[in-house]
Design a protein around this ligand. Structure first.
Ligand SMILES: Nc1ncnc2c1ncn2[C@@H]1O[C@H](COP(=O)(O)OP(=O)(O)O)[C@@H](O)[C@H]1O
Ligand SMILES: [Mg+2]
Length: 247
């Protein structure tokens, strides 16, 4: 089967700093993969290269079997890629529902007409309700973003990311800054997402990563140092030394 995502010897330098060096990675359809590694390991940079917000210094990136190495971000989104950010990306004064409406119409070929009644776009409204429910926020549709808790805002970000029915979803630290209870809610929500969505999750916390996925890629100083199933990764002496803090 054609991989959903395939990276071959991808590198990225910022001036003299090699943020990523020769990263190769292949993710199959429906797979759920966690990317872990210490701060500064290059995880977010990896996502920016996959989404096209940054261009690699070397290597090749295939999405759904197509070479997208230098393709613009909106063209990759149109192929079925969506991502969330470490930093919130919501409209704070709009309601949760309105944020979803904007996200649901963003990828349509016909944009909403600003002066036309929203009821003339029933499929957009339907999709907005659907994605709110999928992230457990159906009861918060009319709340403005600024009145949602931090955990609910992070849930809403997931709703926006899935509104365009992506085939590949990149989540950058979805549990960052959440309380233990909020983190559990988020983990459950992510596990319940449509299984046909291929998921790549950057996760700082190894326990959350293993709760979400079977397969983990470990980045360290811009290099893949381990890639495999839980027992393979945790048995790796280098991973124990650099990530688990085992001497
Ligand atoms: N736009 C940028 N300009 C210069 N250096 C950057 C930029 N983005 C990231 N870096 C550097 O690249 C390295 C990897 O960063 P990042 O991908 O954000 O790591 P992570 O997400 O794993 O914490 C860090 O040393 C960071 O300072
Ligand atoms: Mg990061």
């Amino acid at each position: 089967m054609t991989p959903v995502l395939s990276l071959t010897r991808v590198s990225k330098s910022f001036g003299g700093l090699a943020a990523l060096s020769d990263v190769s990675l292949s993710v199959g359809p429906g797979e759920r993969r966690a990317i872990i590694g210490p701060n500064g390991a290059g995880k977010t940079t990896l996502f920016s290269l996959i989404s096209g917000e940054a261009l690699p210094s070397g290597g090749e990136i295939l999405l759904f079997g197509r070479d997208v190495t230098r393709l613009a971000p909106h063209r990759r989104a149109a192929l079925g890629l969506a991502r969330t950010y470490q930093i919130t990306n919501l409209f704070p004064r709009l309601t949760a529902f309105a944020n979803c409406v904007l996200a649901a119409q963003a990828l349509r070929p016909m944009k909403l007409h600003p002066h036309r009644d929203l009821r003339r776009y029933p499929e957009v409204l339907h999709r907005a309700g659907e994605v709110l429910a999928a992230v457990g926020l159906a009861g918060k549709a009319d709340a403005t973003v600024q009145d949602l808790s931090h955990g609910e805002q992070r849930q809403l970000e997931i709703a926006l990311a899935i509104a365009g029915t992506p085939r590949l979803l990149l989540l950058d630290e979805p549990t960052a800054g959440l309380s233990p209870a909020e983190s559990t809610t988020m983990t459950t929500l992510l596990k319940g997402l449509d299984p046909s969505i291929t998921l790549l999750v950057i996760e700082h916390d190894m326990d959350v990563a293993f709760a979400l996925t079977d397969r983990i890629t470990v980045l360290h100083y811009g290099k893949v140092v381990a890639d495999g199933l839980r027992h393979e990764v945790t048995a790796n002496p280098l991973v124990q030394e650099i990530y688990l803090g085992v001497a």
